[in-house]
Design a binder for this molecule. Structure first.
Ligand SMILES: CC(C)(COP(=O)(O)OP(=O)(O)OC[C@H]1O[C@@H](n2cnc3c(N)ncnc32)[C@H](O)[C@@H]1OP(=O)(O)O)[C@@H](O)C(=O)NCCC(=O)NCCSC(=O)/C=C1/CC=CC=CO1
Length: 256
């Protein structure tokens, strides 16, 4: 079986590649577990200072696997199966850089934005895919969007299920840099090299400070989202939204 995650290490830089290209790197149970393990493995490696997170194939990540990875009956899936890897990145002593091409959709957008830095291809986007299946953003997406875009634009992006193009992401401060897709790998690598040369203790302290100040925590937002999502995933409209995605048709929501 192909590994759903690849880890490559080169000196002080590790690259973690989401590797389900046949499903746009949608996150199923295997990938959820592999992500938790990858974050822990990297954290335990003192030689690593910078981590690049990227996706294999046409895009970064399509979010939760709507075809096989979702089990609404699993209690607290977000808290127990997504949060450890997302918190792990937020609290990591390493600097995580997302290298985004194609789409970072659903909770995939949270994995991108929750990294410490984001380099994005000029034709890529962050996709708030939740509205189309009658869900709210999860994985910390509401907090991450609100911090960058402010309340009004964040709410609109969520309600309209917008694909936020790279140029807007940069304008709102959601990402660090846009580069032509052909230069994405090289430019991300160059940034990783520069950051790997920064004084490690100061880099870790700067990350801790910036992550801990500001109003309301990522954790508070994560918990609020997880509660709402747990209820929404029990709804008929969610089932209809997923079915419509699989059948490639528009959903018919009934508010139940
Ligand atoms: C915008 C897309 C990400 C990419 O569009 P496009 O480039 O046109 O590529 P596609 O042809 O649509 O996709 C290529 C193949 O990948 C399959 N695929 C894509 N997304 C998923 C997915 N999420 N799950 C399973 N499979 C997926 C797609 O069917 C194609 O396969 P075939 O070639 O065999 O047909 C676009 O794909 C898209 O909009 N995807 C869905 C985005 C989405 O809704 N994501 C889930 C949001 S919910 C979430 O992330 C988190 C949670 C967490 C916990 C609980 C409950 C819910 O959600």
């Amino acid at each position: 079986m192909t590994d759903v995650i690849r880890i490559d290490k080169d000196g002080a830089i590790a690259t973690v590649t989401l590797n389900r290209p046949e499903a746009f790197n949608a996150i199923n149970a295997d990938l959820r577990t592999a992500l938790i393990d990858a974050v822990a493995e990297i954290e335990a490696d003192d030689a690593i200072r910078v981590v690049i997170l990227k996706g294999e194939g046409r895009g970064f990540c399509a979010g939760a696997d709507l075809k096989g990875g979702l089990d609404p009956k699993v209690d607290n899936m977000l808290e127990t199966q997504y949060r450890p890897s997302l918190d792990g990145i937020a609290n990591s002593s390493k600097i995580w850089i997302a290298q985004v091409h194609g789409s970072a959709a659903g909770i995939g957008a949270a994995y991108a934005m929750n990294c410490d830095m984001v380099v994005m291809a000029d034709n890529a986007s962050l996709y708030m895919a939740f509205a189309a299946i009658s869900l709210v953003p999860d994985g910390g997406n509401t907090w991450l969007l609100l911090k960058g875009m402010g309340y009004h634009r964040a709410l609109q992006a969520i309600l309209e299920g917008q694909k936020i193009p790279a140029a807007e992401c940069l304008q709102y401060g959601l990402i660090n840099q846009i580069v032509p897709e052909g230069q994405l790998e090289a430019e991300t690598r160059a940034l990783a090299g520069r950051i790997a040369n920064a004084a490690p203790l100061a880099a870790q302290a700067a990350k801790r400070i910036l992550r801990s100040i500001g109003e309301g925590s990522f954790g508070d937002a994560f918990s609020a989202e997880a509660r709402e999502q747990q209820a929404l995933t029990q709804s008929d409209d969610f089932r209809e939204g997923v079915q419509a995605f699989i059948e490639k048709r528009a959903p018919e929501f009934k508010g139940k």
